[in-house]
Design a protein around this ligand. Structure first.
Ligand SMILES: *[C@@H]1O[C@H](CO)[C@@H](O)[C@H](O)[C@H]1NC(C)=O
Ligand SMILES: *[C@@H]1O[C@H](CO)[C@@H](O)[C@H](O)[C@H]1NC(C)=O
Ligand SMILES: *[C@@H]1O[C@H](CO)[C@@H](O)[C@H](O)[C@H]1NC(C)=O
Ligand SMILES: *[C@@H]1O[C@H](CO)[C@@H](O)[C@H](O)[C@H]1NC(C)=O
Ligand SMILES: *[C@@H]1O[C@H](CO)[C@@H](O)[C@H](O)[C@H]1NC(C)=O
Ligand SMILES: [Fe+2]
Length: 462
């Protein structure tokens, strides 16, 4: 491993890189160690009686002028107020939260607050304060630039994070990179359901663990299977109960009828979030919503069309192999017709990037069922490698299928830098390297404005 790290360092120093056209299975082999959760006490509640904790923000409207601010007060409902002001201004405004709480088996949540603040200025830094004079906690965020075709914007991408020592490294790497302005999170947050009785205390510790990022920049949430918390054996019959109480999203702003699927515009992107674990067959609410969603995307306004969904459609790992297949069958032709640029998924605890392929010819009599290169198809990225308690998915199918451009069983995160309407630079960072090292990087060319072949632009640090 030391030699491997030395080679990687040398590559950086000498700019020796491997240009990859054929599919690559990384030769980087991570030591297989058990993934261990950080002790519950690693992220204690903030000091002070009833101090607001587990602070997180997400986009609060369709265009980026709203923010949903969420937090938990453990003992008392009040104060249920957030005070916020422009960093350059003095005028303070206040917004009240709606308060919810829930029981899960024998767990009772604290008071969960959600306050939506609206009509903010674009591209502006704001401060906000929670709590009262005894325990006031102050945070800040920056609103995105006005929606438009050539607005640069940089996203972090993470999934399947959990709360192990590996998760801590993933988050630390992301936070230490000043580039990321918002996170696209592809599902599976706390992994509380891996504990007896789905110990919901793990939802609280997770909220405190990620706060150093989630309080200061929006995380765009996607629901994964670990958000289901469906447990009839302990009489918990309501799917997504903890998740839906704790994580609010602006679904009504995109005419969705469920927080599990929705869309937002942010800078030069149009982001569609889907639910792998809600009905998507023909005539279902999610199907009907998505059918009406694609025509609303105006690529002159938001050139970049990105989809987030938990269970990947193109996955050459033996873990969760073909679990995304039924959703692919339903929706892939729409993705190709509408020239989706990128699809990010999680679920599989490793990393994989596909070529632009589609597999939409098949009907039950023609026998055509192999993926083919397709310049109108998205690139599919599996990034369920946040580092949760279940460990790495380190068993790939052999040989590497032709659709798979790069795959590696390591934990990490990605950065997507949208430069303008034609170009975006993408880097995936494995945890074992220092944060500035990109193990897999490539230019993405926009499918609407510049549908050129990108395959020669990728670089791997193996
Ligand atoms: C919930 O029940 C489990 C199993 O009986 C027990 O170990 C745990 O301490 C209980 N938690 C609370 C908050 O009562
Ligand atoms: C998590 O990472 C931070 C930053 O590197 C470190 O200070 C902290 O000790 C880590 N926490 C645990 C429980 O290892
Ligand atoms: C698409 O967006 C462009 C740029 O904002 C605008 O000029 C045009 O009218 C929009 N088209 C439609 C159909 O709304
Ligand atoms: C299925 O594919 C066959 C062979 O290409 C074609 O003849 C037939 O029309 C297709 N059926 C439908 C319903 O599209
Ligand atoms: C878009 O960004 C790319 C990469 O930075 C650059 O090469 C290209 O010239 C830019 N296009 C325009 C029209 O500015
Ligand atoms: Fe999952």
């Amino acid at each position: 491993m030391a030699a491997m790290r030395f080679t990687a360092t040398l590559c950086v120093l000498l700019h020796i890189v491997v240009i990859c056209n054929a599919g690559v299975t990384s030769s980087y082999v991570r030591k297989s160690e058990p993934s261990i959760d950080m002790p519950v006490g690693s992220f204690p509640p903030p000091t002070g009686n009833n101090a607001p904790e587990q602070v997180h923000i997400t986009q609060g409207d369709h265009v980026g002028r709203g923010v949903i601010i969420s937090w938990v007060t453990p003992l008392l409902k009040h104060p249920n107020v957030v005070t916020y002001w422009e960093a350059e201004g003095k005028h303070k405004r206040r917004a009240h939260s709606t308060i919810t709480s829930y029981r899960y088996y024998n767990y009772s949540s604290g008071y969960i607050h959600h306050a939506t603040i609206r009509n903010l200025k674009y591209d502006t830094r704001y401060f906000y304060e929670l709590g009262t004079h005894h325990v006031t906690r102050r945070f800040s965020f920056t609103t995105p630039p006005k929606v438009g075709p050539d607005v640069p914007y940089t996203f972090g991408v993470m999934g399947d994070l959990g709360q192990t020592y590996d998760s801590n490294q993933t988050l630390e790497h992301y936070v230490s990179n000043p580039k990321g302005q918002a996170v696209l999170f592809v599902g599976d947050l706390s992994y509380a359901d891996n504990y007896p009785f789905h110990d919901n205390v793990k939802w609280d510790t997770w909220g405190r663990f990620v706060e150093k990022s989630t309080a200061n920049q929006p995380w765009i949430w996607t629901a994964g299977n670990h958000e289901l918390d469906f447990a009839p054996e302990i009489e918990e019959y309501e799917p997504f109960k903890p998740y839906l109480h704790r994580y609010h999203v602006p679904y009504k702003a995109s005419q969705s009828t469920s927080p599990l699927w929705y869309s937002i515009k942010r800078a030069s992107t149009y982001i569609i979030v889907l639910s792998s674990y809600s009905a998507y067959g023909k005539y279902t609410p999610q199907y009907e919503w998505l059918s009406q969603e694609f025509p609303k995307v105006n690529r002159s306004e938001t050139p970049w069309l990105i989809v987030l969904l938990h269970s990947p459609w193109y996955n050459s790992n033996n873990y969760h192999f073909m679990e995304g297949e039924s959703m692919r069958v339903m929706f892939e032709s729409w993705f190709v017709e509408n020239k989706v640029d990128l699809v990010f998924s999680g679920h599989v605890h490793s990393y994989e990037r596909s070529d632009r392929v589609s597999n939409v010819k098949y009907n039950i009599t023609d026998g055509l069922s192999a993926p083919v290169k397709d310049p109108s198809a998205p690139v599919y990225i599996t990034i369920g490698d946040g580092g949760n308690i279940e460990g790495l998915a380190n068993s790939f199918t052999q040989p590497q299928p032709s659709y798979s451009a790069y795959r590696e069983a390591s934990f990490g995160h990605a950065i997507l830098e949208i430069k303008n309407r034609t170009h975006a630079y993408y880097t995936w960072h494995r945890n074992q390297d220092s944060e500035p090292v990109a193990a897999d990087s490539t230019w993405f060319y926009n499918r609407f404005w510049y549908p050129m072949d990108e395959t020669s632009s990728s670089t791997n640090m193996v």
